[in-house]
Design a binder for this molecule. Structure first.
Ligand SMILES: Nc1ncnc2c1ncn2[C@@H]1O[C@H](COP(=O)(O)OP(=O)(O)OP(=O)(O)O)[C@@H](O)[C@H]1O
Length: 341
């Protein structure tokens, strides 16, 4: 549990030397028995960056973040956070990081403020600073007026906001957010992103987050796409979309197999069924659609054309959409569970 991972009391917020990466990872590997959860990943995150790990369920995001937060031991490679090795300098790493994980770890029977005071004590935040700092972080997530309420009466979104406030309380150099908005309604998700965006301007902090939501990945300065434990590509969302270039066309047809064959034979296009629709990429979708209707030879029920999105980037680099990858992962998990019976 989170509270057991606190560092020895003492120091808050050691400074990262200028120019030193906030996170530096070399050949980081984690295996669980036969499962290679993370297969030797390499990347660096610059100070002040919002860096996102984007991948479907089971891709290895939580395992990576757990190793960076010293909650899991790597089986190979190395990682340094705020200049400290995650294996040899655990306490120094823990002093310099804040964590917001998927499962809430707040004490429901305590008030919001009591939860934060408990955390401040655990992290050795100087007593003279605690009151002001609690107010500052609670105002940042718009919970100051609820400070005296028991957390068990909070909504899911309020709890997540309080966790973010708690993660920031000891002025960490790097804030780790594992799926910060998973399970929340769209309105609360967008509010949380508002807080995160304000936070990056208000605090001198690096943010490392994981997500499987494409729209959230758009907020990151750079994203690493992770699939089956490997990083497939790292770049800014804009550069990744530009690298894909082509428009995505999706059609619903009376006969998908015939449509895929016709696209290959008549237009030289490779198409596949994605999310239940025949999907392919062309340079200019709008210009291509009239030709498609005229020449495909298979009745088309509907057509949609979209500019490259991170979905297309994901598909282009992994050969699957993130939703199909998640569906495949669930099916595999189900088959493994049935095989064990
Ligand atoms: N403690 C564990 N024991 C055995 N296998 C594990 C353990 N933790 C993770 N795994 C396996 O490692 C792989 C990566 O899991 P991980 O939780 O890192 O993925 P993820 O990308 O974070 O997915 P999610 O978004 O669902 O959390 C999966 O195959 C998972 O089943």
């Amino acid at each position: 549990m989170y509270r057991h991972t606190g560092p020895a009391a003492g120091g808050v917020g050691e400074r990262v030397t200028m120019g030193e990466p906030a996170v530096a990872v070399r050949g980081l590997t984690k295996t669980y028995g036969k499962v290679e959860a993370v297969k030797g990943v390499d990347f660096e995150v610059a100070p002040g960056e919002v860096f996102g790990f984007l991948g479907p369920n089971g891709a290895g995001k939580t395992t990576t973040i757990s190793m960076l937060c010293t909650l899991a031991d790597p089986t190979g490679g190395s990682a340094a956070v705020a200049g400290h090795d995650v294996v040899r300098e655990r306490d120094a790493v823990r002093r310099n990081i804040g964590l917001v994980f998927q499962d809430p770890t707040l004490d429901g029977y305590l008030t919001a403020e009591q939860n934060l005071r408990f955390h401040a004590e655990l992290y050795g935040v100087p007593k003279a600073l605690v009151g002001d700092r609690i107010r500052q972080v609670m105002e940042m997530v718009a919970l100051w007026d609820r400070k005296g309420d028991k957390v068990q009466n909070f909504s899911g979104g309020m709890k997540r906001r309080l966790e973010i406030a708690r993660g920031l309380l000891h002025s960490p150099r790097v804030l780790f957010l594992d799926e910060p908005t998973v399970g929340l309604d769209p309105q609360t998700r967008s509010a949380i992103w508002g807080y995160i965006n304000r936070l990056r301007h208000a605090e001198d902090i690096t943010i490392f987050m994981t997500t499987h939501y494409m729209d959230e990945a758009e907020f990151c300065d750079r994203i690493a796409i992770i699939d089956h434990g490997e990083i497939v590509v790292i770049d800014s969302p804009e550069a990744l979309k530009a690298s894909v270039g082509e428009d995505r066309v999706q059609i619903q047809t009376a006969d998908d197999t015939a449509a895929i064959a016709a696209l290959r034979d008549r237009f030289g296009l490779e198409a596949a069924v994605r999310e239940g629709q025949v999907t392919f990429a062309v340079a200019s979708g709008e210009q291509f659609v009239p030709r498609l209707f005229a020449e495909l030879g298979v009745p088309i029920r509907s057509v949609s054309v979209s500019r490259p999105s991170l979905d297309d980037v994901f598909m282009s680099y992994t050969g699957s959409t993130i939703r199909d990858a998640e569906a495949e992962g669930s099916a595999n998990a189900w088959m493994r569970a049935m095989a064990r019976r």
